[in-house]
Design a protein around this ligand. Structure first.
Ligand code: DGJ
Length: 733
């Protein structure tokens, strides 16, 4: 069976698999119209044909006298600007004569097996061409000779449609792209809520739900990274949709730079969503014969609420976005020295931590910031990727050997995109830092950003890193990025092309990491940007895990990890047990609660374990042993959200194996009360007829655990309490 069909009679494209349908038609005049996106339709008969409407004051297509054909309200697939649709355009292009009208009409289409790659950009992929089909539709603005190639991939076994666009200049004039969204999607009139993940440093990906009302909502980043503030992911849901019921549409941009999502509710209550590179300050010169490739958007449809939507994203990202040696491989339990020592470490201190880590069962030691240049604090040395002579008595190589001798892996912190004004690199190449000649540049954390769009900059940093990687055995890199971009300006570009710099920077960063990955394929890379300032699907294509937030407080993490899980799998979330009082919030939580939260991602430790009591060490040892025993469940099992910390005082979630025979459930209560409400916890996804042994003792049928649920122990005392339940299905005789 084909996944994509073109119905000649109806001039209709129908993309469908066993779960979903996506339908478009070529309307009169050649406009590509959106018809339907949702639960699978066996056939489409034309029932949803857009009614003829004479909307007063509304333009009809050029050269068409039919007043009932209104572009003002038509559901269009990739609308332009200035031709009769006054809603947010998917693209905006200035032509040589200063006009910016693009009136796209259908030109041709092609259906391909599989999924083509995107030039120089991250994207989801297929392992075999039979997994998906791709529809390429070319629309053309005859006046400017601009072609838009809209790409739609439908996977056979996933509720996923991916979209991206190529803008092509087939004429002889030059054009300036001001906006080129990856996709635009129109929904017929229906009530929707918008779910977005907003935040700040230390408070990333907070879930916010609001009714979509008339007008335009903009969510974006102009910071040069996908940002702590607005994640490039949104969801449109019906007002009644919750975790387990109702329709949900997810949109996730596979890009790590400036992004923009616009949601508009129009005069008829119709909703348009556009998503892509931020058009604010963007421009890209398209000379004759050239093309511009937008990033990809992954659209997911769920008719069973948000948990199902998230599972679809998690599986796709684990299986068809993340690549390389560590794809679907269990990730090591790590210890990072940052919160244990900050910059103030010595070989003796690190060896103490390493020694202890080994005895607790930790598998990877990560040496964080401070090992290079003259880096005593955060004011110097970024760009000088040579060992800090004398700081480690016997050097980095020796330390790595000591770690390996103990059967552990060795990891190193880097911040390759940055330069300190106090550094040798800055003395030699101040011009490599983003700056505007004649104007002072803003510093942030006492550093500037290197213009990674320039190949000489990338080569210099690459050679420096290579020298380290070729002499010291490094198994893991934490790739940090600790400031947002200002004075974004490229000395090698003419004035009219400066608007392309931020995107060129991102392409340069991607090219750099790709080179690193191919030269050192065994390296495990963990992304970081002052915690979760660049936690996006684009970065996951290069780095299978990302430090979720600099805020390691267990209570803050409940919301951060819950929000992050909307789109991103637990296998991608770095989560550490840290010291109390917590360094970011000064809150003290039990070691058990800290462990339970951190086990809900890729477990790590970030505290001076050598100074803990014997009892604490024993507890950590048990946490690690338990985590290792169930690691594939935690990292690659199905993650199901049960109680939403954004709605109340509690949170709960569970991990269940694909065969549903094993599960681990976590319950968290933030604040206690004198008389505590009795919480019934109902589990999900179990086999109703199967018996499960809970915490090694009592046995219950799956249906009881799911439909009746059980009371959380009223004896659970204190603030920040948590409980863990392990469920194991009994073998059937
Ligand atoms: C910010 C990171 O998020 C921290 O974990 C730590 O690596 C520091 N940078 C080091 O400067």
């Amino acid at each position: 069976m084909h996944l994509i069909e073109f119905d000649e009679r109806q001039q209709l494209f129908h993309l469908k698999n066993e779960q979903i349908s996506y339908i478009m038609n070529i309307a009169s005049g050649g406009y590509l119209q959106q018809v339907y996106f949702g639960k699978r339709l066996q056939v489409y008969s034309g029932i949803r044909a857009y009614p003829d409407l004479n909307i007063q004051f509304s333009p009809n297509p050029a050269h068409d006298k039919d007043r009932s054909y209104s572009l003002d309200v038509s559901l269009l697939e990739y609308p332009g600007n200035g031709f009769g649709d006054f809603r947010i355009p998917a693209h905006s292009i200035y032509h040589e004569n200063g006009s910016q009208v693009t009136d796209l009409r259908f030109k041709r289409y092609e259906i391909r097996q599989g999924k083509p790659t995107l030039t120089s950009l991250p994207a989801t992929y297929v392992m075999d061409a039979s997994e998906a089909e791709t529809l390429l539709i070319v629309l053309e603005d005859v006046g400017s000779k601009i072609e838009m190639e809209l790409s739609y991939t439908i996977y056979k076994d996933r509720n996923v449609i991916t979209r991206s666009t190529v803008v092509r200049n087939t004429g002889s004039e030059n054009h300036m792209i001001k906006k080129a969204a990856s996709m635009s999607l129109d929904f017929a009139n229906r009530p929707f809520d918008l779910l977005q993940l907003h935040g700040s440093w230390g408070n990333e990906r907070q879930l916010c739900r609001e009714k979509i009302s008339p007008g335009i909502k903009l969510l974006d980043s102009k910071r040069g990274a996908s940002s702590h503030q607005h994640n490039p992911f949104v969801c449109l849901v019906e007002p009644s949709t919750d975790e387990t019921h109702g329709e949900a549409y997810g949109f996730c941009l596979v890009y790590s730079g400036n992004h923009e999502t616009m949601v508009e509710r129009d005069q008829l209550g119709q909703t348009r969503v556009t998503m892509g590179i931020n058009s604010f300050d963007f421009s890209w010169k398209l000379t004759a014969g050239e093309s511009f490739q937008t990033p990809e958007v992954v659209m997911v449809y769920s008719e069973q609420g948000l948990n199902e939507l998230s599972s679809t994203y998690h599986d796709l990202f684990n299986e068809r976005l993340i690549r390389g040696t560590h794809k679907q491989k269990e990730r090591p339990v790590l210890i990072n020295n940052w919160e244990a020592t900050y910059f103030d470490f010595s070989e003796e201190k690190l060896l103490e931590i390493i020694e202890e880590a080994q005895s607790l069962g930790i598998e990877l030691f990560v040496l964080d910031d401070g090992w290079f240049g003259k880096r005593e604090d955060d004011t110097t040395s970024l760009g000088d990727w040579v060992e800090f002579e004398g700081k480690l008595k016997n050097g980095l190589r020796f330390l790595s050997q000591e770690v390996h001798k103990r059967g552990m892996k060795f990891g190193l912190w880097l911040e390759p995109e940055m330069i300190s004004p106090v550094s040798n690199l800055y003395n030699e190449h101040a011009e490599w830092a983003f700056h505007i000649p004649g104007r002072d540049s803003a510093v942030a954390r006492s550093q500037y950003v290197l213009n990674f769009a320039l190949s000489e900059v990338r080569d210099n940093i690459y050679q420096q890193l290579k020298a380290i990687l070729d002499t010291v055995e490094v198994d893991y890199i934490k790739w940090d990025m600790n400031r947002n971009m200002t004075e974004v300006y490229s000395l090698d570009l003419p004035a009219e092309e400066q608007g392309s710099t931020a995107h060129r920077y991102m392409l340069g960063v991607y090219a750099f990491v790709e080179r690193l990955r191919s030269d050192y394929p065994e390296l495990l890379l963990e992304g970081c940007a002052g915690g979760g300032g660049r936690f996006d699907a684009g970065w996951l294509y290069y780095m299978p895990q990302i430090w979720t937030s600099d805020n390691s407080d267990a209570v803050s993490r409940l919301k951060i990890q819950y929000g992050t899980s909307l789109a991103y799998p637990p296998s991608s979330m770095g989560a550490h047990v840290s010291a109390i009082p917590n360094h970011q919030t000064q809150r003290s939580t039990s070691l058990a609660t800290r462990g339970n939260v951190a086990m809900s991602g890729v477990l790590g430790y970030e505290l001076d374990i050598s100074s803990l009591t014997t009892i604490e060490k024993e507890e950590i040892k048990e946490q690690i042993a338990f985590y290792k025993q169930h690691r594939s469940l935690f990292q690659f099992g199905k993650f199901v959200r049960l109680l939403d910390p954004f709605l109340g005082n509690e949170a709960a979630w569970m991990f269940i194996s694909k065969d549903k025979k094993e599960a681990v459930v976590f319950y968290f209560r933030v604040m206690t009360q004198a008389i505590r409400p009795l919480q019934v916890l109902k589990l999900q996804q179990l086999l109703p007829d199967r018996q499960y042994r809970v915490n090694g003792s009592d046995i219950y049928l799956g249906d009881e655990l799911m439909y009746a649920g059980f009371f959380i122990d009223p004896g659970l005392e204190g603030d920040y309490a948590s409980q863990l339940f392990h469920l194991k299905a009994l073998e059937v005789e």
